[in-house]
Ligand binder design. Sequence first.
Ligand SMILES: Cc1cc2nc3c(=O)[nH]c(=O)nc-3n(C[C@H](O)[C@H](O)[C@H](O)COP(=O)(O)OP(=O)(O)OC[C@H]3O[C@@H](n4cnc5c(N)ncnc54)[C@H](O)[C@@H]3O)c2cc1C
Length: 425
Amino acid sequence: MALEHSGEETKTIKTQILVAGAGSTGVAAALAFARAGLKVTLAGRFPPPLPGRTVALFEASLRFLEAIGALARVREKACPIEAIRMIDDTAQLLPTPDLLLKSSEIGLPALGINISNDELVAILLEIARERQAFEIVEADIADYVFDGDGAVALLADGRRIEADFVVAADGRQSRARAVAGIDTREWTYPQVALTMLLSHEEPHDNISTEFHTRSGPFTLVPLQGREGAPHRSSLVWLMSVADASRRLAKPREELEFELEDRAHGKFGAMKIEGGIGQFRMGGMKVSTHATGRVALVGETCHVFPPIGAQGLNLSLRDVADLEDCLASVDLSNPHELGHALARYDRHRRADIGFRTLGVDLLNRSLIVPQLPVDLLRGAGFVIMTALGPLRRAMIREGVSPHLLLPRLMQERAPREGGARRRRSA
Ligand SMILES: Cc1cc2nc3c(=O)[nH]c(=O)nc-3n(C[C@H](O)[C@H](O)[C@H](O)COP(=O)(O)OP(=O)(O)OC[C@H]3O[C@@H](n4cnc5c(N)ncnc54)[C@H](O)[C@@H]3O)c2cc1C
C-alpha cells in the first residue's frame, strides 16, 4: 500500500480495492472492505461541512456500524429515535388520524438514531486513522482507465492508483461512473429542502415528527441535547423554490416564529442553531450498478428526496451487499467477478427501485392536490392506524428491509477475529 520508491513508480500506489470518494458511504465502504481482509485505499476530496444536515440511521444500518466497530462511538453523539409520528397537514377533505410507528411494536428499544452528518463522517475517519485500516489519499481523482485486468485512477496531483477493483462512492456527479460508461436517468422535483438544527422549549420524547404538507414533509428529528439546550431537533423542510428564497431572506426571528407555527406549537418556541442548508430536490437512477472493474455505491447510483430517511440507509446496504457479493471472489478472474457483479446489480435494482418508487409516490401524492390522490393517501393512514399487523410490517420494512440482508447487517455483534478468508485477489 505504501508508495513505490523508484523512478516513475514513486507516484504509484498499488492496492486491491480503491474506494473513490470520502463521503459517509465511501468511508464506511473502506472500513467494511478493510475489515474483510482486503488491501484498501480510500481516495477523495474531503466533504465540506453540511449545514444543519443530520442522518437518521435505522436498525440494519446500526448493525452495519456495529460490524465495522463504529456503533459505540456513533451512539455517544446520537439521539435514539423511539417512534415516528406522521401527521397529515394537507387540510384534505378526509379527516386523517395521526400515524404513530413505535419501536416497541416490533420489540426494539429504538427504530434507529439521528446524528449530524459531519460528526458521522468524522467518527468513521477517526476510527480508520486509529486502526490504520487502510491508506487515505486526500486528493481528487481526475480520471480513470479501466481494462480487463484492473483500473488506474489518475489523481489531480499527478499520482496514480492501480487497483484490482474500484468501489465508486464519488457522489451524484461520479467521474468513475461516467468513465465506466454507465448511463443515468435524472429528474427534478419543484422543491428545495431547507435543513437546520433547532433548540426548542418542549421535549421531543425521542419521537420523530413528520408534518405532511402540500409543499412536502416538514420533519423534526430528535437530536441529542447539549448544555443550555436540552431539547434539540434537526429539521428537513421541503418547499417550493420560491418559498425557499423568501424564507431564507427573512430575519431569523421571523423564521423562528414561522417554524413554531408550522409545528403547531408542539415544541414551544424554537431557536435556529448555526447555518441553514439548502438542497435542490431531484432523483436519479442508473442503467447498471456494476460493470467490468467498478461497482457503484451510495449517491453514485441513487438519488431521491429525503422522505423516510432512506438515502444513507440504502447506501450502507449497497456497501454491505457488495462486500457480500465479492466475498470469496478471485478478483483476478473476470468470469468469477462478472458473476458476482451481476448478482450485485440484481439485488440493488430491486432494493433501490422499490425505495425510489416509494419516495417518489409519497412525495408526488403530497404536492399534487387532487382529490382521488388525497383520498388514497388518507385511506392509507386510516388502514395503517387500524391494522396492527400491517403497521408492524411497515415499521419492519422501514428499519430492516424484507430482502435477505447482507451478512454485515445480520449480526448484532462484530465477529471475532475480523478478517474473513479469501481466495487470492
Ligand atoms: C436534506 C437531506 C437529508 C437527508 N437525511 C437523511 C437521513 O436522515 N437518513 C439517510 O439515510 N439519508 C439521508 N439523506 C441522504 C444522505 O445524506 C445521502 O445519501 C448521503 O449523504 C450520500 O453520501 P455519499 O457518500 O453517497 O455521497 P456524498 O456525500 O456526495 O459523497 C461523495 C464524496 O465524493 C467526493 N468526490 C466527488 N468527486 C470526486 C472526485 N472526482 N475525486 C475524489 N472525490 C470525489 C466528494 O467530495 C464527496 O466527499 C439526506 C439527504 C438530504 C439531501
